[in-house]
Design a protein around this ligand. Structure first.
Ligand SMILES: [Zn+2]
Length: 139
């Protein structure tokens, strides 16, 4: 059985490029010093270009990377929410983001290659007498 779907069933960039699969986005790890991976439109003539981004932190001791924020930019989200309805667009976009995070990014390599400033900050701090007092005196 063949199901024909109209373009309204798919995520689309405002430039017209259709995304049937999350494999089709272009990912670039250019902003290394910002610990960020950009999700770019596959259409080189796209006026938006950047559709989303992924920010991560690296645990250099355990050589592991983890996602801090993964997000599509509002113009891309709004465009799809207008076309598909907000619920459907959000669901599809979330699936795409999840797929990109789980299947398309080589986190092991990123953990190795990410610069030192992408490290997690582990802070060990004791509550000082003053802070403990503040917390106890809630109004
Ligand atoms: Zn585009």
């Amino acid at each position: 059985m063949v199901t024909l779907m109209s373009t309204e069933e798919y995520i689309q960039c405002p430039c017209g490029r259709i995304y049937k699969s999350p494999e089709e986005y272009k990912l670039v790890f250019l902003k290394k010093e910002q610990c960020e991976i950009d999700i770019l439109c596959a259409n080189p003539a796209c006026h938006l270009k950047e559709l989303g981004y992924i920010k991560f932190k690296v645990d250099h001791v355990h050589r592991k990377a983890h996602v801090e924020i993964a997000s599509f930019y509002p113009p891309f989200v709004t465009w799809n929410a207008t076309r598909l309805g907000r619920d459907k667009a959000n669901k599809l976009l979330e699936e795409h983001l999840r797929y990109i995070l789980e299947k398309r990014i080589d986190w092991k390599r990123i953990a190795l290659e990410a610069p030192e400033n992408c490290s997690e900050i582990l802070e060990i701090r004791e509550i000082t007498g003053e802070e403990a007092g503040e917390k106890g005196s809630g109004s």
